[in-house]
Design a protein around this ligand. Sequence first.
Ligand SMILES: Cc1cc2nc3c(=O)[nH]c(=O)nc-3n(C[C@H](O)[C@H](O)[C@H](O)COP(=O)(O)OP(=O)(O)OC[C@H]3O[C@@H](n4cnc5c(N)ncnc54)[C@H](O)[C@@H]3O)c2cc1C
Ligand code: FES
Length: 259
Amino acid sequence: MCQDNIKKKQSAVIVSNEKIAHNVYKMVINQKQIALDAIPGQFINIYCKADSRILPRPISICEIDKQKELITIVYMIVGMGTKEFSCLTVGDKVEVLGPLGNGFNIKDSNESIIVGGGVGAPPLLELVKNIPGKKKVFLGFRSGSFLIEEFKKYADVYVATDDGSVGKKGTVIDLMEDMNVSGDIIYSCGPKPMLAAVKNYAQKEQIDAQISLEERMGCGIGACVGCICKIKADTELGYTYKKVCKDGPIFDAKEVMFE
Ligand SMILES: Cc1cc2nc3c(=O)[nH]c(=O)nc-3n(C[C@H](O)[C@H](O)[C@H](O)COP(=O)(O)OP(=O)(O)OC[C@H]3O[C@@H](n4cnc5c(N)ncnc54)[C@H](O)[C@@H]3O)c2cc1C
Ligand code: FES
């Protein structure tokens, strides 16, 4: 039987919830089971209190503290659900389900390249803490930035912004191309156009890449088919559909069909 289907909603307590950038919040929650079970790249479903917002909101796990039984998430306010989360205060309770999804498959590499875009950066922080060898982190934002100092504790960090407000002006891929970056493996999470560019970069440089897709979701546990993506397969059509919430969100970049 599917593990995610038998997971139950749990109550979690807000330990902190603070603004770290324009419309971006960092929330630490105390939820023993999730903290103990989680691996880098997984996500949680957070439930809203408002009856009008029935569907859970999937948010990546940014940091895991198994000893203190805490998980950290970083989220951007884009609608009413995330607005509601930003109003939660210390001691409030929230319903969560997780950890969900497959998580990154950490390889024993000498040199890893980590590429994050916008709110795709958070799940890469716990990953960076856990991968061996040399690590170079490339982060791209539209304007401004967040989590840079946290990443700098574990890796060399290079930043690009669309408007040039932080780091180099342009995309994170432009930055990687300028620096002629190479390594053994790429781990990435961010918006689709960035992930498609990461896939091309990896193909060109012949580097393995794992990419985390952030598709819109319904149930988040494999029950509604609301999050399918096209994956290369040995079928008549040459592809099949997989569920980002259950089969992913992390896929081998070679298998993901963006077109
Ligand atoms: C696996 C996964 C991990 C995620 N991790 C994070 C995270 O760590 N931090 C974070 O800030 N966000 C993350 N997201 C996106 C987050 O789930 C949505 O922003 C959130 O559900 C929006 O809820 P809302 O009620 O505020 O906005 P809604 O009213 O539901 O939506 C507002 C706007 O956001 C867009 N939107 C909603 N969901 C997504 C999505 N998945 N991808 C792109 N656009 C979307 C909608 O199209 C709409 O334009 C993740 C999504 C997935 C699937
Ligand atoms: S969100 Fe329901 S199947 Fe993935």
